[in-house]
Design a protein around this ligand. Structure first.
Ligand code: NAP
Length: 329
């Protein structure tokens, strides 16, 4: 698979990574043994970039990612995890925490769960509006000095915060939602990350599965599936967005690729600095996504995909009100 530079870190990762979140939570049931096997399969198929977070499954995701990775050559994989979204053991959300002492404790817990002596890329999952970013990133920089972390990242931070953080310690990657139906980073964030040489890691590049065309019925999600209450995938918004995805499927069918592959190829085509991390629990999807990383759709096809969903065209916000208050800070 093609590789892409991870910002100015000096290292490269596979052009697409593997998002492991859905193996623990948010998108319905999963099977640990299958998840671990799939992570190893991803490496066999040339994926080297694995994404998790301490909050996915309240630690469960880091544990299974760690179990899979311990059988892989450590120097050939890049492990990214995140801290900052605090949760109680029963899963209740306790808000965002960017206090230095919390950063240190969270990192130690993640290392323990992952079974690693260092994390390659450590992100602040959400910016804490009550703690100056300099203090949070200052603590993260100490983790680098201590050898517990190699590179630093932010997730869903706004441009001013990225600039302030980058002055304290180089920020290697920004992980933020970007896909055919979430075009927000085009509005200034890409300009900032590109100016500073920061990689852009695109999460939910398949619109949490919606852009693949797999969802035909808004009532198909299990009650605990995050998507059952997501504003874009419920009520009338589901139907409006479904019509847009029908058109993505039409373009994809003409090119003899799947809608998922077209959506992924479009994200990859938006810049060499962009590394999408699609999530899956299925080998077939994994293989399709890897094949998409090699696809070269013609410029007019890519343009027509982008024209179906110009910025702001998706119906509904990408998170509920609480979630929306936590992005772009
Ligand atoms: N920083 C943040 O705040 C943040 C937020 C959300 C996610 N993330 C990270 O980003 C990663 C990816 O995002 P995501 O998982 O939310 O969304 P996504 O990658 O846009 O979509 C995942 C969904 O698409 C399905 N899928 C994947 N490939 C497919 C294919 N080729 N054909 C048909 N369906 C396909 C998956 O199905 P199956 O699972 O059933 O295979 C799953 O339901 C996560 O795993 C997580 O690591 C970060």
């Amino acid at each position: 698979m093609n590789r892409r530079k991870l910002g100015k870190s000096g290292i490269e990762v596979s052009a697409i990574g593997l998002g492991c979140m859905g193996m623990s939570e948010f998108y319905g049931p999963s099977d640990d043994r299958e998840s671990i096997a799939l992570i190893k399969k991803a490496f066999d198929l040339s994926i080297t970039f694995f994404d998790t977070a301490d909050m996915y499954g309240v630690g469960h995701n880091e544990i299974i990612v760690g179990q899979a990775l311990r059988d892989l050559p450590r120097d050939k994989i890049v492990v990214a995890t995140k801290f900052g979204n605090m949760r109680r053991v029963d899963g209740a959300n306790l808000g965002v925490n960017g206090r230095p002492e919390y950063v240190k404790a969270a990192c130690d817990m993640s290392l323990k769960r992952l079974g690693l002596d260092h994390i390659d890329l450590y992100y602040q999952h959400r910016v804490d509006p009550d703690v100056p970013i300099e203090e949070t990133v200052g603590a993260m920089a100490e983790l680098v000095k201590e050898g517990k972390v190699r590179f630093l990242g932010l997730s869903e931070a706004g441009s001013a915060t990225i600039r302030r953080a980058h002055k304290v310690h180089p920020i290697t990657a920004l992980q933020t939602e970007f896909s055919l139906w979430t075009r927000d980073p085009e509005n200034g964030i890409f300009a900032t990350t590109r100016e500073l040489g920061i990689a852009f890691v695109a999460y939910s590049p398949l619109g949490r599965g919606f852009l693949t065309g797999s969802f035909k019925d808004k009532n198909q999600f299990a009650p605990k599936d995050f998507r059952s209450v997501n504003p874009r995938m419920s009520g009338d918004n589901f139907d409006a967005n479904r019509k847009l995805v029908d058109r993505v499927e039409e373009v994809a069918a003409r090119e003899k690729v799947t809608a998922a592959q077209a959506a992924l190829a479009w994200v990859l085509s938006q810049g060499e600095d962009i590394i999408p991390i699609p999530g899956t629990r299925h080998e077939k999807y994994l293989r399709d996504n890897i094949a998409a990383s090699e696809l070269r759709l013609r410029p007019e096809v890519l343009r027509s995909l982008g024209d179906i969903l110009p910025p702001g065209s998706a119906a509904g916000t990408r998170y509920d009100e609480t979630g929306m208050r936590r992005v772009g800070i």
